[in-house]
Design a protein around this ligand. Structure first.
Ligand SMILES: [Zn+2]
Ligand SMILES: [Zn+2]
Length: 392
């Protein structure tokens, strides 16, 4: 009698394996600042933090620079208070280059190529080139990160926020085509200074990614009485993109880290938002391919074990932490609707949603009772966002 049972278990095991192919989650932050612009530490020190904290990739996205010129950075009073040089020398020894003149102490900032070759580890840690193309229109900030950029893009001047964004996106697509290298733009923190509104974003062509969660304390992810939160914005944009036959917009979480010495609610610190990309290979092309296919989730702290979808359903399993409760919410856009509806809400560590005939696209959000350590906003709990999938 034992054999059939064993056989049954074996078949179940194999079929289970086939249903849920192994996933390889690569953790990364695509939005970071260093001394090359307005961050308060050296690139190598920042990279080392991410490397030592179980990230697999990082992009330093300084404002309007490719970190390639010869730049002697003059230490400021604040830097001395933060003991930046002391920490840098202790960590990297002879690698550090300094000079003093009558005006003060200077440190040569290592270029992208230099810090990449020093700290990249082909099998375990990738450093991707990036620029935060930092434009504005009538005091409204328009910031767009370009991941894996190769040639500097200058900030644009246009006649509207929309025009500045569209020109930047067009330039990224043109560079990608010219160099035949995968790269992508992502719109940063739309609610920073309430610079970018939902109507501007709906009009764009060639826009695939935006920041759904940004760890900077001044970016208003949650909106206010006059302005919508980014999640609502995301859904409205995707309804519009779906109806216009454009690819859906995918939501990214980032740190937008600037401050590496003092942890506080008022500072933009590391470790607040990131993406988890399902890619067996850790190289830029594979990561970008996976992200463009929507094969990633964004997190402000919740870790997922599995995110699996096929024609019939979307399945999600959380990597649970003891004593923490999780809620999985499936939501979607249905035929004849004008809004995103909650399709299923479960208080559990795993759940699946079976697509219904009228579903057009479905996404999932995972809430938790886990309070964020050092959040940018008091009382923030950890969450994760699974990308929308079009129901075929
Ligand atoms: Zn910015
Ligand atoms: Zn930034």
């Amino acid at each position: 009698m034992k054999k059939p049972i064993l056989l049954f278990i074996l078949i179940s095991f194999i079929s289970c394996k086939q249903e849920f192919p192994k996933q390889y989650w690569q953790k990364g932050n695509l939005h970071t600042h260093s001394f090359w612009s307005d961050g308060d530490d050296f690139p190598e020190m920042i990279i080392k933090w991410y490397k030592n904290n179980d990230y697999q990739f990082i992009a330093l996205s300084d404002h309007n620079t490719m970190a390639s010129r010869d730049y002697w950075y003059k230490l400021k009073e604040k830097d001395n208070q933060n003991k930046v040089l002391e920490k840098y020398q202790k960590s990297l020894g002879d690698w550090v280059e300094t000079k003093i003149d009558s005006t003060g102490m200077f440190v040569r900032l290592k270029t992208f190529k230099e810090y990449q070759s020093k700290l990249e580890d082909p099998n375990s840690f990738l450093i991707i080139q990036s620029e935060e193309v930092t434009s504005s229109f009538e005091n409204k900030p328009v910031h767009i990160n370009v991941t894996n950029i190769k040639e500097k893009i200058e900030p644009f001047k246009g006649n509207s926020v929309y025009e500045v964004m569209q020109q930047t996106l067009d330039e990224v697509h043109a560079q990608r085509k010219k160099l035949d290298i995968p790269m992508f733009a992502h719109i940063n923190h739309p609610n920073f200074g309430y610079g970018i509104n939902v109507e501007d974003l709906k009009k764009l062509n060639g826009e695939r990614f935006f920041e759904l969660y940004n760890g900077h304390p001044k970016v208003n992810n949650e909106g206010d009485d006059m302005n919508m939160d980014l999640e609502t914005m995301w859904d409205l944009i995707n309804i519009s993109y779906y109806n216009d036959n454009k690819p859906l917009l995918l939501g990214i979480a980032t740190d937008d880290s600037h401050n590496y010495h003092v942890k506080s609610k008022a500072n933009s610190n590391t470790g607040r938002g990131w993406v988890m990309v399902n890619s067996q290979k850790l190289d830029t092309e594979s990561l970008i391919n996976a992200m463009e296919a929507g094969d990633f989730y964004s997190s402000s702290g919740v870790i997922l074990k599995q995110v699996f979808q096929n024609k019939e359903k979307l399945f999600i399993e959380v990597e649970p932490k003891e004593g923490i409760d999780y809620e999985i919410i499936f939501m979607g856009y249905r035929k004849g609707s004008y809004n995103i509806e909650v399709l299923k809400r479960v208080k559990d560590n795993s759940s699946s949603y079976t697509f219904q005939e009228d579903d057009l696209f479905v996404r999932a959000k995972i809430n938790s009772t886990d309070l964020k350590e050092n959040p940018p906003r008091l009382g923030e709990t950890k969450q994760a966002w699974v990308q929308p999938v079009i129901v075929k």
